[in-house]
Structures are given as structure tokens and as C-alpha cells.
Design a protein around this ligand. Structure first.
Ligand SMILES: C[S@@+](CC[C@H](N)C(=O)[O-])C[C@H]1O[C@@H](n2cnc3c(N)ncnc32)[C@H](O)[C@@H]1O
Ligand code: SF4
Length: 458
């Protein structure tokens, strides 16, 4: 059990504790501040560690930020001593390490010093430096700039590991037409919600699970926004690719698509309920390459039952296809699932080797890491990294991960964001997860979005 004398530090300390994910002796944390001195005391397993940091601060907000930071580092250091273990991202528990790195740079400090203090591994510090380098020329804050997201929450079947709110179209197919009616209205209502649009992203789910006529409706609705900007369709699972659908994407000016193997191991594909084979991936990829799209492949490290060798073979197979982008995810828990049996799947065995191999192989093949994020319940406390051939980075992914533009999101469970830079705050807008609820509430959803993005009253 963890106790602290400072309530606002408790959730932060729990995040650090969770990284170690094991039965630990009771921990007593005490915090106090004296002027610019931050003093932490951590008592556990018969030892008491004392930590002191000095940092001038201006105002309550900044005081709390540093108090959280130093308390987390203090607890992390004690837990490392107690367990003899270290974490790849040290005491960092946030999902956007790059944002923290940019914030340090904005404050005139080198992010490396803070990351070292937090215990981040040298390999991860180097990775962050490479991501920042790859984002040069893309990372730009522009007043009124936005990206448009359109969600298609239907799939050919639900994959066993998937953490997205999306359903088997066999069960939800009856809603597709009404869903598209609502979606068309929501997309049309996006006119005037932004100054300049950087990109359009149709994600899911699996957009290509739609019939051609249904897909055309989505593309028609997006067309007024998509001219001349990066335009991605997360086409998705190889079992839904047809030339008719790819023709449509090309005709509507789509510039980038995803063909996602997750793994090239057929046994794993059966185990995770993907209902396609590696041969289907090759077929879909070969078909996609006959079109002028940039192509991304998604892989997942840590899939149930996969050995290090299985994963490394998938990395090699993906590289051999020479796509423009390869995204290496680490298995994370399904949202909302905090069950013990779920957690036990995230054992993390072999993860460091898998991630190290993917990095070495991708660097050697000429890819650069260009965006990176973490999730709360990830195997081995690792990360997801987007890799790109030079000059082929996806602007949408950078904008979304770095939160440098407004995100205007349409569809069930879509989460939009509005930036208020002057107040250093971001407001999120989430639509209902459930498809019939989304359809039924489309009018108030459109109204609330207008209010958020244009300051109009309900
Ligand atoms: C929204 S999904 C859409 C992709 C598309 N439907 C497909 O399956 O090919 C985007 C990506 O998230 C990743 N993903 C989904 N669930 C995950 C999980 N639990 N852990 C790690 N990555 C996950 C997969 O790599 C997937 O391709
Ligand atoms: S991984 Fe893709 S196809 Fe599988 S359930 Fe998730 S969104 Fe659907």
C-alpha cells in the first residue's frame, strides 16, 4: 500500500508504482517544500531514502508540476533500489515524452538532462533526439491550423487484442447506412471550424470493410476538405482489399494508406483472430503498390504467444517490402480492461529484445523514427514508434501526437481537441462510443462542436 502526506501527488506516485507491477512492501511517502527546495522522503522495506531538488518556480501551477516531477523521480529511485529493476522510460509515465522534450527546449533547457534525471535509458534518449530531428520542418504551431479525423467503427471481425472501440460488421452492419447519414452531416458541419487544414485521416476500425457505394459516400463527404492536403485512409486489414475500393481511393485523391499485417506469423494471426494470412498481406500490399499511395504497415510487439524470433521475422518481412512507413506498436491492455488475466498477458518477456531488434533493423534499412507515444498499460513499459523513409513522414501523426493543431474528429467515439494556446490548455470533445447513441445524438454533437471550435453558444 502507498500512502503520502500530499494528496495531489498520490495519482502520480501510483503511476510510478504501477510500472513495477508487482507485490511491493508498504510505501510511505512524505513531501514538503521550503522555498525552492523540494524534499521527498520514501520509506519502504525497512529503509528510508531522502531526496532534495532545487528549482525556482512561478506560481502554484509550476510548483505543483515540479513537486509531481521530483516526487515521481524519488519514488522511482527507491523502487529501483528495492526491486533491482529499472524501466526503459524511467520515472516518465506520460504518454508523450516528446512533448516534455519540446517543453524543456521551450524553457531553454536540454531535454537530455531531465530525461537522465528521470532514469530514461540512453537508447530512449537517443530515440527521442532522433524523433525531434525527424520532425524538423513538420513540427510547426500555426494559429487556426487543424487536422480532420473521420472514424469508421466497423471491422470484418474483432481482433482479440484490439483496444479500439469498433465492432464486427456482422453484428453492426444494420447501422451502417444510418451511421453514414449522421457522419455526412457531421463532416459537412466542419466547414468554418478551422483556419487551415493540414491533413485528412479516415481511420477506424477498418474503412475498407465498407461496400464500395458506402465508401464512396464517406469519400464524397470528405472531398471538400481533402483537396491538396495529405489524405490517409487506414484501409487496414488485408482481407478487405479490392481493386474497386483502391480505385475509389485513388480517384478521390487519397495519398496514403495502411496495409496492416500486425505479424507475418500465420499461427499468431489465427490466435489473435485476424482471419487473414501472411499471404493475404503480401497480396494486399502488392495490390496497393500498383497505386500512387504512400503505404504504412503496422506491427505489434508482444502479441500473445509470439517469441522474439517470430517478431523479428515480422520486422524483417515488413522491411523487405520497403513501405514508406512502418509503425511498431507494443501490445497494450484493452481500454477499460483492468482484469488480472488481461494484465498477466502483458508479461513483457522478450519485449526489450524485440524493441531493440526493430530499432536496429529499421535504422539499418534507412528508416527514421518520426513520432512516438506510450500508453498506460503497455507490455514491458515500452512505446509505439512510427518509422519513416526520409521525407515520407505522416503529418497527421505528428500533429496529433505533439498536439500542435486542433483535431476535428467526426464519428462515434471520435475524440476531437481544441487548443487554447494563450491559456496553455487543450479541451477535448468525445462523441458517444455506441453507434446508435451517436446516430441519435448527431444534432447536439454538431452543436457542441460548433460551440467548442467557434465559441458559439448551444
Ligand atoms: C485503429 S487500428 C486500425 C487498423 C486496421 N483496422 C487493422 O486492423 O489493420 C490501428 C492499429 O492499432 C494497433 N493496435 C490495436 N490494438 C492494439 C493493442 N491492444 N496494442 C497495441 N496495438 C494495438 C494495431 O497495430 C492496429 O493496426
Ligand atoms: S485491429 Fe483493426 S481490424 Fe482488428 S478489431 Fe482493431 S480496428 Fe478492427
Amino acid at each position: 500500500m502507498l500512502t503520502t502526506n500530499t494528496e495531489f501527488l498520490y495519482p502520480e506516485l501510483m503511476d510510478v508504482l504501477r510500472l513495477f507491477g508487482e507485490e511491493l512492501p508498504d510505501i510511505r511517502h512524505t513531501f514538503r517544500a521550503e522555498g525552492d527546495r523540494f524534499l521527498d522522503e520514501v520509506e519502504t522495506g525497512g529503509r528510508t531514502d531522502f531526496y532534495e531538488e532545487r528549482m525556482p518556480y512561478a506560481g502554484e501551477l509550476e510548483f505543483r508540476r515540479y513537486a509531481k516531477r521530483f516526487s515521481k523521480i524519488a519514488l522511482y529511485r527507491t523502487l529501483c533500489k528495492e526491486t533491482g529493476r529499472a524501466m526503459p522510460w524511467g520515472a516518465l509515465t506520460g504518454i508523450r515524452p516528446t512533448k516534455l522534450a519540446y517543453a524543456e527546449a521551450a524553457a531553454g533547457r536540454d531535454f537530455r538532462a531531465l530525461f537522465e534525471k528521470c532514469g530514461v535509458s540512453p537508447a530512449n534518449i537517443a530515440l527521442i533526439a532522433d524523433v525531434l530531428r525527424a520532425q524538423e520542418g513538420i513540427y510547426a504551431r500555426e494559429e487556426g491550423a487543424a487536422d480532420l479525423y473521420i472514424g469508421i467503427p466497423f471491422c470484418p471481425s474483432k481482433c482479440e487484442y484490439c483496444s479500439f472501440i469498433t465492432a464486427d460488421i456482422g453484428r453492426t452492419g444494420k447501422y451502417v447506412d444510418a451511421y453514414l447519414d449522421a457522419l455526412e452531416r457531421e463532416i459537412a458541419a466542419c466547414r468554418g471550424l478551422f483556419g487551415k487544414l493540414n491533413s485528412v485521416y479516415i481511420g477506424g476500425g477498418t474503412p475498407l470493410v465498407l461496400e464500395p457505394a458506402q465508401l464512396r459516400r464517406v469519400l464524397d463527404a470528405a472531398a471538400p476538405f481533402a483537396a491538396g492536403v495529405e489524405y490517409t485512409v487506414e484501409a487496414g486489414r488485408p482481407d478487405v482489399f479490392t481493386e474497386e475500393k483502391l480505385d475509389l481511393l485513388r480517384d478521390y485523391g487519397v495519398t496514403r494508406i495502411c496495409v496492416n499485417p500486425q505479424t507475418f506469423c500465420d499461427d499468431t494471426l489465427v490466435r489473435i483472430g485476424r482471419r487473414h494470412t501472411a499471404a493475404d498481406v503480401y497480396r494486399a500490399y502488392e495490390m496497393a503498390r500498383r497505386y500512387p499511395f504512400a503505404v504504412n504497415l503496422d506491427l505489434i510487439a508482444g502479441l500473445t504467444g509470439e517469441s522474439v524470433g517470430d517478431f523479428c521475422a515480422s520486422v524483417d518481412a515488413a522491411i523487405a517490402l520497403a513501405p514508406d512507413n512502418i509503425t511498431v506498436h507494443t501490445l497494450c491492455l484493452k481500454k477499460g480492461a483492468r482484469l488480472k488475466e488481461e494484465e498477466s498477458r502483458l508479461c513483457g518477456a522478450g519485449l526489450p529484445e524485440m524493441i531493440a531488434y526493430s530499432r536496429a533493423a529499421l535504422y539499418a534499412a534507412g528508416y527514421e523514427p518520426y513520432y512516438l507515444y506510450r500508453q498506460k498499460y503497455m507490455a514491458g513499459n515500452c512505446e509505439n514508434t512510427g518509422w519513416t523513409r526520409p521525407g515520407k513522414a505522416c503529418v497527421y501523426n505528428v500533429d496529433v501526437m505533439e498536439e500542435i493543431t486542433d483535431n476535428i474528429a467526426c464519428g462515434a467515439n471520435a475524440v476531437g481537441k481544441k487548443l487554447f494556446p494563450a491559456q496553455a490548455r487543450i479541451e477535448r470533445f468525445g462523441s458517444p462510443k455506441d453507434i446508435p447513441t451517436y446516430i441519435g445524438k448527431i444534432d447536439p454533437i454538431i452543436e457542441r462542436k460548433r460551440a467548442l471550435y467557434c465559441g458559439e453558444k448551444d
